[in-house]
Design a protein around this ligand. Structure first.
Ligand code: ATP
Length: 260
């Protein structure tokens, strides 16, 4: 038995997880979600979502596959071209990548908006505070003065000067109904989801089949690299991206990947 298997099921601090553990990323992810639940920013259901994601990530080899890297580059180009890009934050996103979302928003000039499936004023506030603790200045989603057409009342709430007004939205780990409703509003939708068969990535203009922990920093790196690019170059990147091919490549990797 290797030393690695002695890592306790529950850890108090991320530092207790050895970096050379073969499932290091998965253990970090699980720990952050547990912390999120304890802090009141992540709903218990977020743990189930994380479990599903973790299984797909295992089958992907826990790495950013080439088609996901291409999608992350196309997503960065979309965000840079946008008039009003908005990054949507739910309880899992806030627990896993708060600082990374703030940084991406900064690099592409996007707004951050808290948008929850299980919406309560306490959780909205806790997430907004958590983002501010990680460097965010302006956090939207508290006013909730507009509605996404076609959704049940609580699920439809957004800010009029946030997601409602956005031309490009990044909706990581989004519920299928809301992804479809945002698509119907004509928005350019970027979805991060480890399950290529889930409805949300299937309605996205840019489906990113990758763990959000890897996807967001990689999008930021692409955005930095493209920050001086002219509009024609960015349009070329966006036009060359094929969402169906990206989903197929991810599914092929999951079905036939070598787990050795
Ligand atoms: P649908 O979109 O069809 O409603 P669902 O009910 O399976 O599907 P949700 O529970 O709404 O999905 O959202 C969870 C989704 O988020 C799952 O598809 C899961 O694979 C994905 N997911 C979970 N953790 C991560 C992560 N760390 N990075 C990327 N995707 C993740």
């Amino acid at each position: 038995m290797s030393d690695h298997e002695t890592v306790p099921a529950e850890v108090d601090h991320e530092e207790e997880i050895p970096e050379d553990h073969p499932r290091y990323q998965d253990l970090i992810t699980r720990h952050r979600i547990e912390r999120g639940v304890e802090m009141g920013i992540t709903h218990l259901q977020g743990m189930h979502a994380e479990g599903r994601g973790s299984a797909f990530d295992y089958l992907l080899g826990e790495e950013t596959i080439p088609s996901a890297d291409e999608a992350e580059r196309a997503a960065a180009a979309h965000l840079l071209l946008a008039d009003h890009p908005v990054l949507s934050i739910n309880g899992n996103v806030a627990a896993l990548v708060p600082e990374e979302m703030v940084e991406l928003a900064d690099v592409v000039g996007a707004d951050l908006e808290v948008n929850l499936f299980n919406r309560t004023p306490e959780r909205i506030q806790a997430i907004a505070d958590h983002l501010r603790d990680h460097g965010a200045e302006d956090v939207k989603g508290i006013t909730a003065d507009a509605r996404i057409p076609g959704l049940e009342h609580e699920r439809s709430k957004v800010d009029a000067d946030g997601i409602y007004d956005a031309d490009v939205v990044l909706v990581p780990l989004e519920d299928g109904d809301r992804a479809e409703a945002l698509d119907a509003m004509g928005k350019t939708e970027i979805v991060i989801d480890l399950n290529p068969l889930s409805r949300s990535p299937r309605v996205a203009d840019v489906p990113i089949v990758d763990n959000i922990i890897r996807a967001v920093p990689n999008m930021t790196a692409h955005a930095r690299e493209l920050s001086e690019a002219d509009e024609a170059t960015l349009r070329e990147i966006v036009d060359a991206f094929d969402p169906a091919a990206a989903l197929e490549a991810a599914e092929a990797r999951i079905r036939s990947g070598d787990l050795a």
